[in-house]
Design a protein around this ligand. Structure first.
Ligand SMILES: Cc1cc2nc3c(=O)[nH]c(=O)nc-3n(C[C@H](O)[C@H](O)[C@H](O)COP(=O)(O)OP(=O)(O)OC[C@H]3O[C@@H](n4cnc5c(N)ncnc54)[C@H](O)[C@@H]3O)c2cc1C
Length: 389
């Protein structure tokens, strides 16, 4: 039997580590353990993410999570400092720009109004305004865009390491082990079994295993529709001069942002076969990404892809939104915080705080995220995000 704890968090990526950090903020004496099987995070989604953080969503919960998370990330270098040494999150408030054709303009307008009502600084740009603001952009087929100048991007590994170092300094215990089972009876989870056979007894168990969270949920018999979805990220350069760009996204799921001398981004293939596949298809950039880039920004006709890597989205197949909460009426001390479907880095601070509140206060104390709970999964009642995903 390993040393027991109050809360055992399975998965020490940015989401699990954020839960640990906020638990120690709310309950400094709580005994919190994070069980992470790979402290190098070789395959963790967090280290393969693009780092984007935006407020442009259609579900008010997602906007609200960004409204908390983005200022948290922006000031994390200081907040997460340990013994006077700051974190290295490298936040850049480069802004976000979502662009749509005529078929999606009503949705964009509705989302824009919702975001404004939630105090997001956002600019509505019609095609002429887009052309004037971003002269390199070909606006053929584009009806409008929304620019949110306070959004931006960071180094996801910097955020993870900052949260991890700070959490450890506050007393969070990291256990380097693979979780192979969960001890439980009909209604209560009792502890986490690791590969040595030892059991970490816990009053609360949190499943923050990202793309692997369905397997962790299955250990207590909980069905969770979260699947690993491979997505490529590319670093590319062009010799042509382009004005400073924000993080640009369109409805075909092309998304990219400036990075160093070049750009980082990709184009999600939603039809990709689900599975733990990290193979890189070196033809994908040329086949799918480059034509989309060059059509929208002709300056990219001359671009060159310097590096491609593959990572996993933890895709919620029901509705593309995260599952945040416990298993109501079944195993109330077992919590899930997964299924962010491409937004887990940006929403990790808010989701971590929310789960910490559920455990410490027994309710959402700041943001009401109940619509993102497990109930909708059990009832097969999707709550869909209608921003550009
Ligand atoms: C190419 C790409 C680009 C992305 N871009 C963005 C972006 O711009 N903005 C954004 O917000 N998000 C982005 N994402 C999504 C983001 O990376 C994820 O949503 C986020 O990192 C999820 O964090 P996590 O902690 O849940 O998962 P992870 O970082 O994957 O952490 C889960 C951890 O659980 C551990 N684990 C799993 N099973 C076990 C077990 N049995 N025992 C012990 N440990 C276990 C794993 O080792 C892993 O470290 C992107 C993802 C990809 C792939």
């Amino acid at each position: 039997m390993a040393t027991p704890c109050d809360v055992a968090i399975i998965g020490g990526g940015v989401v699990g580590t954020s839960v640990a950090y906020f638990l120690k903020q709310l309950a400094p004496t709580a005994r919190v353990a994070v069980i992470e099987r790979d402290s190098t995070y070789e395959f963790a989604s967090t280290l393969r993410a693009s780092g984007g953080a935006r407020r442009q969503f259609s579900c008010p919960e997602n906007v609200a999570m960004s409204n908390f998370s983005i200022p948290f990330i922006a000031s994390a270098d200081a907040t997460l400092a340990v013994d006077g040494e700051s974190a290295h999150v490298e936040w850049r408030a480069g802004g976000y720009l979502l662009i749509v054709g005529p078929d999606a303009v009503d949705t964009l307008r509705a989302n824009y109004e919702l975001q404004c009502a939630q105090d997001v600084a956002a600019d509505w740009l019609d095609a002429d305004a887009l052309r004037a603001r971003f002269p390199s952009m070909n606006v053929d087929g584009i009806a409008a865009g929304v620019h949110t100048p306070g959004d931006g991007w960071c180094d996801p590994n910097g955020l993870l390491q900052g949260l991890r170092r700070k959490s450890r300094s506050l007393g969070v215990r990291y256990i380097d082990a693979s979780v192979v089972g969960i001890e439980h009876d009909a209604q209560v989870a009792r502890g986490v079994r690791i590969e040595s056979g030892a059991i970490v007894a816990a009053d609360y168990i949190v499943n923050a295993a990202g793309a692997w969270s369905r397997e962790i949920a299955a250990m207590v018999g909980m069905p969770l529709p979260i699947e690993p979805l491979r997505r490529f990220e590319h670093y590319f350069e062009t010799p042509n001069v382009i004005e400073p760009l924000p993080y640009v996204k369109d409805t075909a799921r092309l998304a990219f942002r400036p990075e160093g001398r070049g750009y980082s981004g990709g184009l999600v293939d939603s039809d990709e076969t689900r599975g733990y596949n990290f193979d890189v298809d070196h033809g994908y950039f040329e086949r799918a990404v480059w034509p989309a880039l060059a059509e929208r920004f002709p300056a990219f006709e001359a671009c060159r892809c310097r590096r491609t890597w593959a990572g996993l989205y933890e895709q919620n197949e029901l509705d593309g939104n995260p599952v945040i909460g416990n298993w109501p009426a079944r195993m109330e001390n077992f919590f899930v915080v997964a299924g962010f479907s491409g937004h887990g880095m940006m929403h990790a601070p808010a989701a971590g705080r929310a789960v910490a509140e559920l455990i410490v206060d027994g309710r959402f104390a700041t943001l009401d995220l109940s619509r993102l709970g497990y109930r909708r999964i059990a009832e097969h009642a999707p709550y869909r995000e209608r921003g550009i995903v």
